[in-house]
Each structure stands twice: as structure tokens, then as C-alpha cells.
Design a protein around this ligand. Sequence first.
Ligand code: BMA
Length: 400
Amino acid sequence: MSKKYRYKQAIQFRFEEGSIVHATGCYMKNVLLQVIALLIWIDFSFAQSKPADSRATVETVNLYHSLARLLNKGTMIGHQDDLAYGVGWKYVEGRSDIKDVTGDYPAVYGWELGRIELDHQVNLDSVPFEKIAHFIRLIYDRGGIVTISWHLNNPLTGKTAWDPAPGSVASVLPGGAKNELFKSWLDRVASFFLSLKGNHGELIPVIFRPFHELNGSWFWWGGKNCTPEETRELYQFTVKYLRDVKQVHNLLYAYNTDKFYSRAEYMERYPGNDFVDVIGFDIYQAYNTASNDNFVRQAGLMLSMLDSVASENHKIPALTEFGYAGLPDPEWWTQVFWKAIAPYRIAYALAWRNAGGKGNGSSEFYVPFDRQISAGDFVRFYNEKRTLFQREITKEQVYH
Ligand code: BMA
């Protein structure tokens, strides 16, 4: 081959190679531009959107925007009653099963108000409300996030939240025999929220999650125990009473179902965009999600539906409760749970409580404690770039 030909060939190759690079570059550039446009659109749509409470405090509005912003960074991991007790301990200041295992606290902390409606000093899981308020102040000071559920008694029968007596929801709506009673319960809930203050007298924001799992039939406020319309009215009434009558302005509202199989089922009891900030669902590895594969598949189906509902309605998607009771699988965190949720945008995922040994001889826990068989894997889960715990969230200054 002559020198000239070799030269020509080299030029030609360089040229062709250049077009390939150029073409690939153009394609990549287009993809990149589309991704950036999408992110700008998501950020923009959230920047445009506001909490359901148009008079929400500055810190609450900031929390709302932080939740939206952090969707791009990862999923905050939470735990119910984390600072109050764990497996084998109770009220040890500074202790947390998550901290024992990872050296760090969760980013989100769940608390429960059941029995506050009766003016009791302790909730249905025996945690004093005074201690809950104390922990909430600590959490706020370190820049963590608080979410609160409420297993309120059945106002019609006076029995527990699990008493599905027909007619219960109708009885608390305006015109119903228990409407005044229900309002007096909401008064107590309002006083509790309004008692939560930071060092400068500002109200501490809370993600309130009333009437959870409302497509299930185990609580008096959902499923077969009332009509979807009644549940929607109950939710709307509660928000309006707290927000507009009691002037509670430090709440974001979380709507959530249990497992669901279609978008229609998910939306059936949705009270409307003016009453909701966070949307989610609860999922446990049990019964029809017993196998790992089944759990990943079911969670994936629900998360993709949740994602599209969230984008269309400008709501913040979250996994409002999850767990695998007793954590018998040593690699559940990275091989099952993280596989299930990592592909989706989820602001936070709240593991249920580490109640430990119960009176009936059983034990209940959903995050590992020191030396539990999934503890090592939980550390790997902790080290995943997109799982966020307290240290990362403190830096994000979610209330500023
Ligand atoms: C359930 C269990 C119960 C608890 C209730 C309310 O899932 O953990 O032990 O009383 O939640 O927190």
C-alpha cells in the first residue's frame, strides 16, 4: 500500500470516525437536553405548585419544596417511633436501632397520635404524648422530618380504629350524631400540632397522614365500611377543620392507600388536589407479596402508577409505610427492597415500628437491631448513594 493511499485511507477513516462521533454526540446531546428539560419541567412544576394550605408557614412551605427537590437526590429512609424504643430497650436518650446499626439516624421519623382524641397522656402504643413532642423538637433541631399517623378510635362505638361498624363515617360528617364529638377530637389534635415549636417560636412542620390505608376494610374509615364518597368527605372535612377553623398551618397532608391493583382503585377515595401534598401507599412483604419476586413485582407496579399520578397532579410520591416483619432474609435490604424501589422517584420510605417483644410472646420489628441477621445488609443499604439518612438531610436544610 502506497504511503499516499495509506494517508488517504487514514483521512477517510478519521472523517468517518468523526461522523460517527458527531452523530453519537448529537444523539447524546438530544437525550441530555430532553433529560434536562424534563428535570426543569419537574422542578418548575413543583416550584409553581404550593402546599394544600395556602397559609402554610414559611418552614412548612420550605419543607414542601425540599421534599420535591430531594426527589432528584434519592429516597429518605424513615422509621416509626425510632427514638422512643427498639428491640430490647425503651427511652434511652439518643438511642435508635437504626443508629445502633449504621451510626446514623433515619431522615424521617414517624409518630402516632391514637388516643390523643380521648385526652389520654399516652398513645395506643404506650408512648407518652409529652415524649413524642420532646422527640419532635429534637428531630427538628437536627433537620430531620416528622410524619404522624392517627389510629383514632371509632367515634360511633367508642371501640378501636379497627372496629368497622357500619355508619361510622356518616356519623362524624356534618349532620351526623357524632360530628360534634369528632370536632372535639380534632380540637385536641390541633392543640398538639400547635404546641410543636422550634427555638424561635416557629411552628414545627409535620407531614400528617390521617385515615391511612383507606382502601382496606380493617379501619372504620375505609374499604367496605363506607362509600368512597364518605371517605373523601371525611378527609376534606378534617383538612378544612384543622386548616380553616383551627388555623393549623404547619401541616402537609399525606394521602395513602394500602396495596392497590389499579389507578382507579388508588384514586377512588382521593379527596382532591386541594387537600393533599404527599401521595403514597403502604406495603408489607406478607401474604400475597410473600415471595421476594412477588414483592418486587407488586411494589414496582404500584410505584409506577404512583409516579404517574404524582407527576400529573404535582404531588410528592412517598412510600408511607413498609416492612418485612421479623426480617428473616439476611439480604432483604439490598436484594429485594432496594431492587424494588430504586428505579422510582420516592421522597421517603417509612419502615414500621420496632415494637420488640409483645405481651402475647410474639415480637414485632421492621428494621434490624444490633446483630439481627439483616444488619450487615442494612449497612450496605445505608451506603447506597441514593438512600438518604439524617447526616445527608441535615446538610440539605429542609426548613430553610
Ligand atoms: C400496627 C401494629 C400495632 C400498633 C399499630 C398502631 O401495625 O404495630 O402493634 O398498635 O400499628 O401503631
